[in-house]
Design a protein around this ligand. Structure first.
Ligand code: NAD
Ligand code: MG
Length: 389
């Protein structure tokens, strides 16, 4: 029986992206459980309009104010409220009309709306790992104070989260984050110097947005994920290990203090961790293809090559030192990835510029939120100047 009152009302921030569109697939497949209450997009007004016509949210936000009129005219007849601009994201996140935010905006832009939702006591399904990389201490403290659960969507963190269910009082010895290794696994510097964006955008196992796909090719993604894990699960840097697992079947592992290791396995499909985060603590049946031992018979593991993929070493340094260093690194990374995607710099320049930025921006051991905002801005300016030289 249709029970609208039992539906969880989801606010998808970043509904036109890779995570956002897959989340809408999950909602479409489970209409009695979920409704899309708020949808937001930055540029793609046509897809936002199409999504709104289909899912009939209460409201939408288009980030680019120039596109307000187009969206407004298209959705007015359906009585869907339309807002535009950066500030609207935070304002809408502070409203009461939804139950859970799916934080699926990419990069720094996701931080403020997510914080607004946490202060508004809305539970968070977190895809936007940058939020925790930039200001993980403050975000987690705010979530704790407001009694807000943060449920990871990132597949590795979802795996760890799933391994921890029922283990509340049991001590974690370490978590092991798996990494596919990306398209350049096994390659060396003399190869990487020439790679083009078209090549870097071809991920072997996952289809994702452009930024995270480049981050996967440089291994920065795994560095961001180590920092994300540090905050989500309150771990020491020494308790987080990375292992390359090219088949992407084991999504991560937890080793407990008795030496027992739990792993979560499935075919690589982001719909699974998205669905898990929306439905937690329940599991929902689905028709996603299943992993079977006949299709992938060999699961292999190797150490990451941090000498070649130096972004991972830089992220480990940021993890170890703490303070505003990860925020600075993240800002520089967003600038260089964008520049690489515009063919302005080559693959290895990305690392050089991030490293320089990390050395240049003043270190702050205990930053306030304002310090994080300022460190982000300073790092962006410095990194952008390096590109324009
Ligand atoms: P994407 O580029 O496909 O989509 C990004 C979404 O954010 C779009 O809806 C876009 O309109 C919106 N957006 C972009 N810039 C914005 C801005 N300045 N202000 C407001 N909205 C903006 O990205 P994605 O691959 O879906 O990734 C989203 C987040 O999820 C990232 O933080 C990524 O690291 C994380 N994540 C993604 C995957 C994946 O499989 N795609 C897996 C794990 C984690
Ligand atoms: Mg991941």
């Amino acid at each position: 029986m249709h029970q609208p009152s039992m539906q969880k009302r989801i606010a998808i921030f970043g509904s036109t992206g890779s995570i956002g569109t897959q989340a809408l697939d999950v909602i479409a497949a489970n209409p009695t459980l979920f409704s899309a209450e708020i949808l937001t997009a930055q540029q793609n007004e046509q897809l936002l309009i199409e999504q709104a016509k289909r899912f009939r949210p209460n409201m939408v936000v288009i980030g680019d104010p120039n596109k307000y009129t187009i969206v407004k005219e298209a959705l007015d007849p359906l009585a869907i409220k339309v807002f535009a601009g950066v500030a609207a994201l935070e304002e809408v996140a502070a409203l009461d009309c939804y139950d859970q935010m799916l934080a699926a905006i990419v990069g720094y832009a996701g931080l403020r709306p997510t914080l607004a939702a946490i202060r508004n006591r809305k539970s968070i399904a977190l895809a936007n790992k940058e939020t925790l990389v930039i200001a993980g201490d403050i975000v987690m403290q705010t979530a704790f104070e407001n009694k807000v659960p943060i449920i990871p969507v990132d597949s590795e963190h979802s795996a760890i989260f799933q391994c921890l269910v029922g283990e509340v009082h049991n001590k974690i010895e370490k978590v092991i984050l798996t990494a596919s290794g990306g398209p350049f696994l096994g390659k060396k510097t003399n190869y990487l110097v020439n790679v083009k964006k078209e090549h870097a955008l071809q991920h072997p196992n996952w289809s994702m947005g452009a930024k995270i796909t480049i981050d996967s090719a440089t291994l920065m993604n795994k560095g961001l994920e180590m920092i994300e894990a540090r905050w989500l699960f309150n771990l020491k840097p020494s308790e987080i290990q990375v292992v390359i697992h090219p088949q992407s079947i084991i999504h991560s592992l937890v080793q407990f203090h008795d030496g027992s290791i739990k792993a979560q396995m499935s075919l690589p499909d982001m719909k699974l961790p998205i669905q898990y985060a929306l439905a937690f603590p329940n599991r929902i049946g689905n028709q996603f293809p299943r992993y079977d031992f006949k299709s992938v018979r060999h699961l292999t593991f190797e150490d990451p090559d941090v000498k070649t993929f130096r972004n991972l070493a830089l992220a480990m340094e940021a993890l170890e030192k703490g303070g505003n260093l990860a925020c600075v690194m993240n800002a520089a990374n967003e600038i260089v990835v964008f520049a690489f995607l515009k063919n302005r710099i080559n693959f290895l320049d990305m690392t050089t510029i991030i490293e320089k930025t990390m050395q240049r921006i003043p270190f702050i051991q205990h930053p306030t939120l304002e310090d994080y905002f300022e460190s982000d801005a300073a790092a962006r300016n410095f990194a952008a100047d390096q590109i324009n030289l």
